[in-house]
Design a protein around this ligand. Structure first.
Ligand code: BG6
Length: 516
């Protein structure tokens, strides 16, 4: 086991070492897939490198290929970029690689799961994993139930009340494709697993800046008194992406669209953290129960409301950073007559005491001019205007912006007097940057989340009732879009900030989308 190295890649920050996970085997289903290569392998390697993986651990990769352990190790080595490898890769990689084991099998085959079981028992002896298991389902959603079922049949899951050894199942999104399928999945899972054993990943919750929303709100006394309908004019949540449909992504994406891919999970989670009441403590259930109340306060829309409050759009060919890119309908894997929308904007209000009538504007889209996620709280104007105000562009007023990524940080815009004898004001900004304040950028979301699964802390994972309430809202939008009289998606050129219809959506409240 590598000693934690503080001199390693300076771009990464160690997770607190005081937390020591117990020995365990991590079984990756979907081990040869894109997520494993892009996110999970680098995250596991860095956890190991930093001494955050227990010294008695094994990563068991379960897949259809006919690979040996050596094949797997060679493939996974290629998953790491030069930056992710850091300086001492040559020394650390062989130690990490010796923990990687391949088991060949299929998800619907009992024999495969018996082989997996035998391998896990062998590793308990050879690698000291002590019977503790994490099953990570990085697979297409249609395989969730069959895998969980097979885990149950092979007795690979223990009773939940048993403290040791323990078993936990991590499920990647999408958790269902509408309310009914999400409920069916929860029912299937509950036949084998207790809620406390299920860890549904929403990787946005692993982002340090997302966790900072609660720290900013409830670790300070100055924001909460004004964090409500009396002082807040509107809230904007933006998740903008430059990417289109890389590789084979189009095939999955065309069945999801921005509404399932981003709104149902990441964006509603951001909304919950911005809008929720203070939990009694930071325990998993206290935090998640408050989030559920926000989701319950989401509107109950009929199709007419959806047409009025939601804009869906597809990008047409355009250019980003001087590079020509195809339109959504020309992307590989996308049906040429698809109505799936890679852009969604909406205006909603929360039906509760704190937020009644305050518009929340949400927008997310692919092929926008840049990658940026932020939350902007727009405060109301002063009751009277005593000063002359000078602005270069349209007035911003008091705005608190939480930059989730990139340039992680927060800034507050307010008016200040321009020096001189006249009573003139100009907007200025107070700015906090993670990189400057904490010397290093925050750790990768997947590292934090994997560590939390090992530690048995479900706070940053979504509970069944969160998922179902989110789907209740999103399904009302999906149903409206299925109606024969539903308006077709509008369009925007790739590289622009979305369709004019989205501008109109916010203009009705006298607001504008922020230029990022
Ligand atoms: C994923 C979506 O959950 O989040 C992708 O499936 C999206 O479509 C990605 O690109 C964005 O994540 P991040 O961390 O890059 O903002």
């Amino acid at each position: 086991m590598a000693e934690p190295r503080d001199d390693a890649n300076p771009l990464r920050q160690a997770l607190p070492r005081a937390q020591a996970p117990q020995p365990c085997a991590i079984v990756l289903f979907g081990a040869t897939g894109d997520l494993a290569h892009r996110k999970l392998v680098p995250a596991l390697y860095h956890l190991y490198h930093r001494g955050n993986l227990p010294s008695e651990c094994a990563v068991v990769c379960f897949g259809r290929r006919d690979w040996t352990d050596e094949d797997l190790r060679r493939e996974y080595e290629k998953s790491l970029s030069e930056e992710e490898k850091g300086d001492d890769f040559k020394q650390v990689w062989p130690q990490f690689a010796s923990r990687l084991v391949f088991v060949s099998g299929t998800f619907d085959d009992e024999d495969s799961f018996q082989r997996l079981k035998a391998k896990l028992e062998e590793l308990d002896g050879s690698h000291g994993t002590r019977g503790n298991r994490i099953y990570y389902l990085a697979v297409a959603p249609e395989f969730f139930s069959p895998i969980i079922d097979q885990l149950g049949r092979a007795n690979l899951v223990y009773e939940s009340h048993q403290e040791s050894p323990w078993s936990r199942v991590v499920i990647e999104k999408p958790f269902g494709h509408d309310l009914e399928s999400a409920r069916a999945l929860s029912r299937d899972a509950s036949r084998v697993l207790d809620e406390s054993q299920i860890y549904r990943i929403d990787h946005y919750l692993g982002k340090e800046t997302v966790q900072n929303i609660l720290a900013l709100r409830f670790g300070n006394a100055i924001f909460e008194p004004i964090w409500n309908r009396r002082h807040v004019a509107s809230v904007q949540i933006t998740v903008a992406e430059e990417v289109g449909m890389p590789g084979n992504r189009g095939t999955y994406y065309d069945s999801a669209g921005a509404i399932r891919d981003m709104v149902e999970n990441h964006m509603l989670q951001l909304l919950c953290l911005v809008a929720m009441e203070a939990p009694v403590d930071l325990s998993a259930d206290a935090v998640r129960s408050e989030k559920v109340k926000v989701l319950q306060a989401l509107p109950h829309w009929d199709p007419k409301d959806v047409y009025e409050h939601v804009v869906r759009a597809q990008y047409t060919a355009g250019s980003i950073d001087g590079k020509e890119v195809p339109g959504y309908l020309q992307e590989k894997g996308v049906a040429p007559d698809s109505r799936t929308a890679p852009y969604v904007a909406m205006r909603l209000t929360l039906n509760n005491w704190r937020w009644a009538d305050v518009p929340f504007f949400l927008r997310t889209g692919k092929r926008l001019p840049k990658r940026a996620t932020e939350i902007a709280i727009q405060f109301k104007k002063p009751p009277t205007q005593l000063f002359d105000v000078e602005h270069d562009g349209p007035a911003i007023g008091n705005q608190l912006v939480l930059r989730i990524q990139p340039n992680e940080g927060a800034s507050l815009t307010f008016e200040a007097k321009i020096p001189g004898s006249r009573r003139r004001l100009q907007e200025v900004r107070m700015d906090f940057r993670y990189g400057t304040a904490f010397a290093a950028p925050p750790p990768e979301a997947y590292e934090r989340l994997l560590l939390d699964v090992m530690l048995g802390d479900p706070t940053l994972f979504t509970r069944t009732d969160e998922v179902e309430n989110a789907w209740r809202f999103v399904t009302s939008i999906l149903d409206a879009w299925q109606q024969p009289d539903a308006p077709a998606p509008v369009t925007y050129p790739a590289g622009s900030w979305g369709p004019p219809e989205a501008d109109e959506l916010v203009r009705r409240d006298g607001a504008r989308w922020r230029r990022l």
